[in-house]
Design a binder for this molecule. Structure first.
Ligand code: BEZ
Ligand code: FE
Length: 309
């Protein structure tokens, strides 16, 4: 085909009409976005000579992806969730804001309203064979001043890579807490070192990744939202140094500045002092929050989440 159908009046009119652009009601911005997305899709179909069978295979795939509740996995695996972070970074930079703890993707496994505790928490409720972890740090502003009362919402996987609620073998709220930092902005918790998440092997996300010659693994990590009145909400994760997938995350979330040292403690006196019988690990990580300002892009993301009963 020499002349693209996309340039014809017939197709232009079709896509404009399908997006409601010839109608007075509705949302103008949505209409223009939908028109662009449809146009890009049709252009791709034409240029790559996508057959009707291939097209309907993709429609069937997306239907199964939604039915399996894996859309959030594929969004991360496609790199688009990381792109949204890059875009926000760039928009902040253009607005004159730099610095602070780097953001990285939320992922699809957060739950609202985890138990709120003051100062320090124990996250692991279920029996685990894993290495005990003590993590602590301080929430500070860009001038290095503590942010008293900041809320550190933390969630992570267990030693099998599963998240409570999504993994019904775990008790409610296992490895999830909101910790209200003390008057010096300090938080601390005891937990177990997680292992990395892997996409469900038989699921539609992994099915597509296989066709791309990619794995669906994440390095071990711990998620955080950090919030305080007057400050920009931080969405981030730390990665556990030494993980095989540290720089090969299927969700592209690893960033410099988010890989703290994991200190291993084997001294019997230290082990005893912590009330343990085995070596343990510690991580220190301080968060730097930026002040909110009217000219900056929004960091509070409204998205649908699973609801714990
Ligand atoms: C996770 O945080 O574990 C995760 C992120 C993106 C996709 C799947 C899982
Ligand atoms: Fe995660």
């Amino acid at each position: 085909m020499s002349e693209s159908l996309m340039n014809t009046k017939q197709v232009k009119d079709l896509l404009a009409k399908a997006a409601g652009l010839d109608q007075p009601g509705g949302n103008e911005r949505l209409k223009r976005i939908l028109q662009r997305v449809s146009e890009d899709l049709c252009r791709t179909v034409e240029e790559f000579d996508v057959t009707p069978t291939e097209f309907w295979t993709a429609v069937g795939y997306l239907t199964r992806l939604g039915q399996a509740n894996e859309v959030g996995l594929l969004v991360a695996g496609s790199g688009i969730e990381h792109f949204l972070d890059l875009l926000l970074d760039e928009r902040e930079r253009r607005a004159g804001l730099q610095g602070g703890t780097p953001r990285t993707i939320e992922g699809p496994l957060w739950l609202a309203d985890a138990p709120l505790v003051k100062g320090e928490a124990r996250l692991d409720q279920d029996p685990e064979e894993g290495e005990v972890l003590f993590m602590e740090g301080q929430v500070r502003d860009a001038d290095g001043k503590p942010v008293p009362g900041a809320v550190v919402d933390v969630w992570h996987a267990n030693t099998k890579g599963g998240y409570s609620f999504f993994d019904p073998s775990q008790s409610a709220w296992n490895l999830r807490r909101r910790i209200e930092a003390d008057g010096e902005g300090r938080y601390r918790f005891r937990s177990i070192l997680p292992v990395g998440y892997g996409c469900p092997p038989g699921g539609p996300t992994q099915e597509l990744l296989n066709l791309l010659g990619r794995h669906g693994q994440r390095p071990a990590h711990i998620h955080f939202f950090v919030e305080a009145p007057g400050y920009r909400k931080l969405t981030t994760q730390i990665n556990i140094a030494g993980d095989k997938f540290l720089y090969d995350d299927f969700a592209f979330a690893t960033r410099e500045g988010l890989i703290p040292d994991v200190v291993r403690h084997t001294d019997p006196a230290e082990i005893k002092a912590r009330g343990l019988n085995e070596p343990f690990a510690t991580i220190r990580f301080d968060f730097t929050l930026n002040r909110e300002a009217a000219n900056l892009p929004e960091t509070v993301v409204v998205r649908e989440h699973a609801k714990a009963a």
